[in-house]
Design a binder for this molecule. Structure first.
Ligand code: FE2
Ligand code: FE2
Length: 408
């Protein structure tokens, strides 16, 4: 894997002479070229390239029009309605018992954005020094507002991911080859609808702000919605997006001091733990039956997507709102990369993902060495989704101290 350098074609001195908007455009195109360079497997490139063009160059997620997909997966109905997958049947039973109503959250809680004691995220989580070195000085009030913008940005990406999950859950319910999986899938569709409902309501009513979908998240969702292979949909949504989201929800739960958000995340985490478990059960046996070439393609796709999610989730939408025209896009990226809270997010996300890749058989010695090289292997030894209930996850989170930059 080669490191993407978005400005490799231009020297630093050349770049400095260019007007800021031109430098930022070059930076964005460089990112796309970097993605093309990062993806080394032809089959993986074929599956990601059209979506990258739509997401990163055409920016289809930001044009204010619905994204239409030509779905092409094979759906199935088994008229004998067999009991064919006991672990999925058990998940279905658990999901029915675990249903909750988004209206029952404590929406009366006041979230006063002007209160200096409101900490949606820790106030010392961003590396403000990088902004200062680039000529941008913020006072305490502005730092709090910027932190609120970062929280709104993350919750907006959760919202967009949830809408992707809603559509993907409907697709995988059609194409999963187990009847018990279809019953379980029906509960996941309801769960994802409820998650869209509560994140949208929190953003609308409490933060009064929603950011557009991040271009890289668009790429992943676009790719898996169009992929005809059912197991790629499971891998993309149930394992990758949901696994990483579960980690992100957990760290936000640990970081936030806002009680309504904490309650909302607690409920969502319990549902998401079931969703990832379902993905693990569906893929565990299936991957054993694939040819080595097919297994290898999925393993490599997973590795590339993991890197995309880790390296490219840079909150540029917040940069565009706050700093476009004031400092280069590359300086913002440096700030995000060196901010302790953002580093923690990127790292913890993988502790919920890597054990599942091990359990479904996508951690051969070759890719294990690749994960080790990029520093992610240390997360592979934890409990997988099939060994961990949502309730146990929340209990463990409640016992751990609230995150702070100084302790990180
Ligand atoms: Fe969800
Ligand atoms: Fe989910």
């Amino acid at each position: 894997m080669k490191k993407a350098d978005s400005t490799a074609l231009f020297s630093a001195r050349m770049l400095e002479k260019l007007p800021l908007p031109v430098r930022n455009s070059l930076d964005r195109y460089g990112e796309w070229l970097g993605l093309a360079r990062e993806v080394e497997t032809v089959a993986v490139a074929k599956s990601l390239a059209p979506s990258s063009l739509r997401g990163l160059i055409l920016r289809r997620g930001k044009q204010g029009v619905p994204t239409e997909f030509q779905a092409s997966h094979r759906a199935s109905i088994d008229w004998s309605c067999p009991s064919d997958q006991p672990e999925m049947a058990e998940l279905y039973a658990r999901a029915k018992r675990g249903q909750w109503d988004g209206d029952s959250l404590p929406w009366h809680t006041s979230v006063d954005l002007d209160d200096p004691n409101l900490h949606l995220l820790p106030i010392d989580g961003l590396d403000i020094g990088v902004l200062e070195r680039n000529g941008v000085k913020l006072n305490a009030k502005e730092i709090q507002k910027l932190t609120q913008s970062m929280a709104a940005w993350m919750l907006s990406q959760f919202l967009h991911g949830e809408q992707g999950a809603l559509m993907a859950a409907a697709q995988v319910t059609e194409c999963v080859p187990f009847f018990d999986g279809k019953l379980y899938g029906a509960t996941q569709v309801v769960d994802e609808g409820r998650h869209v409902e509560v994140f949208r309501r929190y953003l609308d009513e409490k933060l009064e702000k929603t950011y557009q979908i991040n271009d890289n998240l668009f790429v992943i969702i676009d790719a898996l919605m169009r992929d005809a292979r059912w197991d790629m949909k499971f891998l993309g949504m149930q394992i990758m997006v949901e696994g990483l989201a579960l980690g992100a929800f957990s760290i936000m739960y640990k970081m936030t001091a806002e009680p309504l958000l904490k309650t909302l995340l607690k409920y969502v985490i319990q549902d998401e733990a079931r969703h990832v478990h379902y993905g693990v059960v569906a893929l565990r046996e299936h991957i054993k039956e694939l040819s080595e070439r097919e297994r290898r393609e999925r393993e490599q796709w997973t590795f590339e997507v993991a890197l995309l999610m880790r390296n490219r989730f840079m909150a540029y939408e917040v940069y565009e709102e706050w700093f476009e025209g004031r400092m280069p896009r590359a300086a913002w990226r440096e700030m995000i990369e060196s901010s302790p809270a953002m580093r923690e997010f990127r790292q913890v996300m993988f502790s919920r993902l890597m054990p599942n890749l091990r359990e479904i058989g996508l951690m051969s010695p070759k890719v294990t060495a690749d994960y080790d090289r990029v520093g992610l292997l240390k997360y592979a030894s934890g409990a997988s989704a099939s060994q961990l209930t949502g309730e146990a996850m929340v209990a463990a989170l409640e016992q751990s101290p609230r995150w702070s930059a100084s302790a990180a």
